[in-house]
Write a protein that binds this ligand. Structure first.
Ligand code: HEM
Ligand code: HEM
Length: 409
């Protein structure tokens, strides 16, 4: 009888342990990611199928390479064996239920393992989707519980019984390994968390600088959402929970769009537009949380159609373009605010200051071209825009409106 497990069994034990930790860490985040998680879904499925293959290899090696004799008999020995058996069920069951849940989804998303090998769908009835999904989530908890029992057993042997059992799962009696190998599990967990995309911003309390227009919009919004949920044809709310079909598409802004602004000036209105701006937009309208929006506005291009006033706007009292030539709005994630209506809470960087800023927009059209129109209300004082004498009569809030067409590949 050997003193320890074969090197192959030891390597697989620790590799699979680390991969499982990674899977759980990523798995728990998947549901909330929507389309932004497309590549992560693919990775989770690829690593999961690898765990299945590695576990089958490990079970084969178990019968092929001799293992050390059982150290303990009695109920403790039986418990240890039962936990090991349970862990194997988890290592095989988690990937199988994952594979089953993907195979029975309403919308069948193809899986390419590590971008190379297509994974066929298992021939299972769609009706078993719910069961597969519940079992998949539940098995993770079963695995965690068994893992805790397993580690408690290992610690009992190591610290209380001091029988050297733990070294049977280590390639050498080296105290560094005693910490380094279990640490791989923590590494798996941490990598799983570290590769998650930044969370989609939901309505942050900081958007309080937003305006009455936002508040007056709110009741309509709720109504719209209710209508949406009642309409079986509009399954956007359901789609968010599903695995995304593809990465969110990128949209190229077409020439001819406009970003305008207007504000009251003691009874009359001043309005104008920015001649030069650009935007980078990634968003799947069915999964608005996938949105990644960046708009860059060349402030020197601001014009109200009056050369004298234009000179003032670009000067220090207003945009100070000499020191801050560009205003940037960025948002990661948007949310539905009605049929075709969205709201994105992001950040506006203007005159060197970054503040929370919400924009609202609607999308019309279908297919590869959409018309985007929307608005935002900017509290100019928060950015120090109009901080001098000549601004005294100006409204504190500036209405920004935009309309443009965007095209995807
Ligand atoms: C190696 C073992 C695996 C582990 C430990 C694991 C773990 C998890 C966990 C903890 C979740 C979150 C469940 C929840 O939120 O209730 C999850 C979700 C998911 N897993 Fe896995 N997984 C594994 C393998 C796989 C495989 C092989 C596939 C597909 C081929 C897969 C597909 C999915 C999908 C699509 C989801 C999201 C489904 C949902 O919305 O509940 N998983 N996984
Ligand atoms: C800190 C974490 C861990 C430690 C210290 C540890 C330690 C050990 C030790 C010492 C053995 C050999 C037991 C014996 O000789 O009787 C063993 C076996 C085993 N471990 Fe772990 N383990 C850890 C994590 C895991 C994880 C995460 C899994 C899987 C989910 C796992 C699955 C197994 C299985 C299935 C066996 C039985 C091997 C066989 O006889 O085929 N272990 N572990």
């Amino acid at each position: 009888m050997p003193q320890r497990y074969s090197l192959a069994a030891i390597a697989l034990h620790w590799l699979i342990a680390a991969l499982l930790a990674f899977q759980i860490s990523v798995g728990w985040a998947l549901e909330d990611l929507g389309a932004r998680g497309f590549s992560l879904f693919q990775l989770h499925k690829s690593v999961g199928i690898s765990v299945l293959a590695l576990t089958l290899l490990r079970v084969a090696i178990r019968y092929w390479k001799p293992r050390p004799a059982r150290l303990e008999g009695g109920w403790q020995g039986m418990l240890a064996s039962a936990v090991h058996f349970g862990l194997y069920i988890f290592m095989i069951g988690a990937p199988l239920t994952g594979w089953a849940l993907v195979s029975t989804a309403r919308v069948k998303v193809p899986t390419l393992i590590f971008g190379a090998i297509p994974l066929p769908h298992l021939p299972l009835p769609i009706a078993s989707h719910g069961a597969a999904e519940s079992a998949h989530g539940l098995l993770a908890w079963v695995g965690i519980a068994l893992f805790l029992l397993h580690v408690a057993g290992a610690l009992r042997h190591h610290l209380l019984m001091r029988d050297g059992l733990i070294w049977r799962m280590m390639p050498a009696r080296n105290p560094v390994l005693l910490f380094a190998l279990p640490a791989l599990i923590v590494v798996g967990l941490v990598i799983g968390k570290a590769i998650l995309p930044a969370p989609a911003k939901t309505q942050a309390p900081a958007t309080a600088i937003m305006n009455e227009a936002e508040e007056t919009l709110a009741p309509g919004t709720t109504e719209n959402t209710a209508v949406n949920a009642a309409d079986p044809a509009d399954n956007a709310a359901v789609a968010v929970k599903d695995e995304p079909i593809g990465p969110p598409p990128a949209w190229a802004v077409q020439p001819g769009g406009r970003i305008g602004f207007s504000l009251g000036n003691g009874g009359e209105a001043i309005s104008g537009s920015f001649g030069k701006w650009s935007a980078k937009i990634v968003m799947d309208p069915a999964h608005p949380q996938s949105a990644d929006i960046k708009v860059m506005i060349d402030l020197a291009s601001a014009s109200v159609g009056d050369a004298y006033k234009d000179g003032m706007i670009t000067g220090d009292e207003f945009f100070a373009v000499a020191t801050h030539p560009t205003a940037t709005f960025t948002a990661k994630g948007a949310e539905k605010a009605g049929t075709n209506a969205y709201r994105a809470a992001g950040t506006l960087n203007l005159k060197g200051l970054s503040k929370p800023q919400t924009i609202r927009f609607t999308l019309s059209g279908v297919g590869k071209t959409r018309k985007v129109s929307g608005s935002a209300t900017v509290a100019r004082g928060a950015f120090g825009v109009g901080n001098g004498d000549s601004s005294a009569g100006l409204d504190a809030k500036v209405a920004v409106t935009f309309v443009f067409s965007a095209k995807t590949e």
